[in-house]
Unconditional design. Structure first.
Length: 402
């Protein structure tokens, strides 16, 4: 079997930034991550079990190369002791288990968080690529290239449209849901060469290095969720997480994620101190226009010039949706648009080729230090927690309606 993952850089930048922060501040944390498929695949994912196990065996044989470490060390926010840790790092096969439960593919990673948190993106990329290898690649790539050409043309059309105060900036966030590693590389390279005025980077560290692009990313939900189990008062977990981030990066990586317990609860904690220290906010659930208006109103209330801040949108975007959001907010604040599935897995016609419908798969932190953790997303259905008592308590503490 041709390996899905051949480099440990083939992951999202925010895995490294969260990894470094947690290694420095909470290296003793024990955690559990679980894989979930939220939609109905064309065939049971359990059929992939032998291939998934082989791919995980291969992943656990990889080490960071000198060239990869040199690249990471060249990022100004990556510290030398973290590079020393990565130099000896290797995934431990005993920390991750894949098994079939009926038609369901179950994958669970358990162990020290600094040893298992990195599995997430690799598992998602592995399952995706193995799943789509069973279908007609020629037809999928042909339709994918047609759609890619349309997207490039959409971007190029911006040059003929009225200029807004702030530019349109597009990022590739498509690693976790990509059709394949080779296809993501083709997509990113196409945007970088044909629409460089608007395409500003990728979350994929390997592609950023190979193609000379800016690696993009700061934090994900798992970073903030971890603080629900790290000894601070639950009501204060967001503030503790944000404070540790500020101390770790001291001005770098200044985009904060807002929906771990919902935007309203986040803004209640995001006071003048944090609003001045962070460069902006990232949207990942709920109505994006309503979210953006709340963010701008919050900055106005704090008497902060919104033109000095950035709103990053990354929730299930298409390029058309991103352009609509740009037209709505582009004269009022700096913007960024991270598009995932619609860039790297937009293949085929769902009505004619339903097998090309992307999988809605995630691998989320579910427990830390033996305690349930959760997010209370602004989008129903994104919550992943099997402890209803804890969910009810979390909602009560942050006054979030069920």
């Amino acid at each position: 079997m041709h390996p899905v993952i051949t480099s440990l850089l083939d992951t999202d930048l925010y895995k490294f930034t969260m990894w470094q922060a947690l290694l420095h501040r909470h290296p003793q944390t024990q955690s559990e991550y679980r894989f979930v498929c939220r939609n109905q695949p064309q065939y049971p994912l359990a059929e992939l079990l032998p291939e998934v196990n082989a791919a995980l065996d291969h992943l656990c044989s990889l080490r960071f190369t000198k060239g990869e470490l040199d690249y990471l060390a060249g990022l100004r926010f990556i510290k030398s002791d973290f590079i020393d840790f990565l130099r000896i790092f290797q995934f431990q096969r005993s920390f991750i288990e894949a098994r079939a439960e009926g038609d369901t593919l179950t994958i669970v990673a358990r162990g020290p968080q600094v040893h298992v948190m990195g599995f997430e993106i690799f598992v998602l990329a592995i399952v995706n690529e193995l799943y789509f290898r069973r279908f007609n690649a020629t037809a999928a790539l042909a339709s994918g290239r047609e759609r890619l050409a349309v997207k490039v043309h959409q971007l190029q059309d911006l040059a003929q449209q009225a200029t807004l105060r702030h530019p349109f900036e597009l990022f590739d966030f498509g690693l976790r849901r990509r059709y394949s590693g080779a296809w993501q590389r083709e997509v990113v390279q196409t945007f970088a060469t044909q629409a460089p005025q608007w395409f500003k980077g990728t979350s994929n560290v390997l592609l950023a290095r190979d193609l000379g692009l800016v690696p993009i990313g700061t934090m994900a939900h798992e970073y903030l969720q971890s603080y629900q189990a790290l000894g601070v008062r639950l009501r204060d977990f967001q503030k503790a997480a944000l404070e540790d981030w500020v101390q770790e990066y001291r001005g770098d990586l200044g985009i904060a994620l807002t929906d771990t317990v919902g935007m309203d609860a986040f803004l209640a904690d995001f006071d003048l101190y944090f609003a001045k220290l962070f460069d902006g906010l990232r949207h990942d659930s709920g109505d994006p226009v309503a979210w953006g208006e709340k963010a701008l109103a919050h900055y106005a209330k704090l008497r902060i010039d919104a033109h000095t801040k950035r709103l990053v949108f990354s929730d299930g975007l298409t390029l058309t949706k991103a352009l609509a959001l740009y037209r709505h907010f582009g004269d009022r604040t700096q913007l960024g648009f991270g598009i995932g599935t619609h860039l790297t897995n937009d293949m085929g016609n769902p009505e004619v080729t339903p097998e090309m419908k992307p999988l809605n798969i995630v691998m989320k932190l579910t427990r830390a230090n033996g305690q349930a953790v959760a997010k209370l997303s602004d989008t129903p259905g994104k919550t992943l927690c099997d402890d209803e008592t804890y969910l009810a308590y979390l909602r009560q503490v942050f006054n979030v309606k069920d």
